[in-house]
Design a protein around this ligand. Structure first.
Ligand code: ADP
Ligand code: ADP
Ligand code: ZN
Length: 214
């Protein structure tokens, strides 16, 4: 099963993608997580990506597409994968489509987690992230058991650099300009499914399972 998660920054793509990956036993591929791991390890890719991420801008397609195209050809992707945060532009979607076509494959579902802009600011200001294991919490709706500490691995939770209010608005604008057109793109391919992302996390997941099959 090959799945794309679409939705605004903070809509809950990562939260749902992690659950999908666990239930259907497929890898969760988050370009944001890959970039953040590279920043943490101070790689060349990380240094380049950071300058864009800190401004709320997209990392250029040249730095992003090959990374994903290589990743989805690894052995663990044979039975499928869930892409979270990629594609984010039409050229990225086309690069993905071409790479899969060469392998005689195509995506099965693009799931749009639909959340209006007015809810997004609250989602992002309350987001707390574990940079060690990638877990994500929300101080009000999905709090960790112990404040500021990751349930999974015990590391300290942080506010992402790009979740500051001034950057959030920029990221929303970028989403509307560059990523939202993908909704029509995948609708035209006949694989778009939308879920109401304003519901509690478990209800959103139940809707997704209804689409994907139990
Ligand atoms: P969110 O979960 O809030 O949507 P992500 O973790 O997916 O954020 O992405 C964080 C940042 O990483 C983005 O704002 C962007 O700068 C960069 N990024 C992630 N994925 C991509 C991509 N596919 N193309 C370009 N930039 C990306
Ligand atoms: P994205 O990957 O789309 O940027 P996340 O999965 O990181 O979004 O979620 C953004 C924030 O909203 C996080 O703090 C997360 O804990 C919280 N969140 C996710 N899903 C829900 C939900 N259904 N209801 C309330 N808060 C949620
Ligand atoms: Zn953790």
């Amino acid at each position: 099963m090959k799945i794309i998660m679409l939705g605004a920054p903070g809509a809950g793509k990562g939260t749902q993608a992690k659950q999908i990956a666990a239930k259907y036993d497929i890898p969760h591929i988050s370009t944001g997580d890959i970039f953040r791991a590279n920043i943490k390890n101070n790689t060349e890719l990380g240094q380049k990506a950071k300058t864009y991420m800190d401004q709320g801008l997209l990392v250029p397609d040249e730095l992003t597409c090959d990374l994903v195209v290589d990743r989805i050809q690894q052995d663990d992707c044979k039975t499928g994968f869930v892409l979270d945060g990629f594609p984010r532009t039409i050229p990225q979607a086309e690069a993905l489509e071409n790479a899969l076509a060469k392998l005689g494959q195509s995506m099965d579902y693009a799931i749009d987690v639909d959340v209006p802009d007015e809810n997004i600011v609250n989602r992002m200001s309350g987001r707390r992230a574990c940079l060690k294991c990638g877990a994500t919490y929300h101080i009000v709706s999905i709090p960790p058991k112990k404040e500021g500490v990751c349930d999974n691995c015990g590391s300290e939770l942080v506010i992402r650099d790009d979740d500051k209010p001034e950057t959030v608005q920029k990221r929303l604008n970028v989403y509307h300009e560059q990523t939202q057109p993908l909704i029509d793109f995948y609708s035209n391919k006949g694989i778009l499914k939308s879920v109401d992302g304003t519901q509690p996390m478990d209800r959103v997941f139940a809707d997704i399972v209804n689409i994907l099959g139990a």
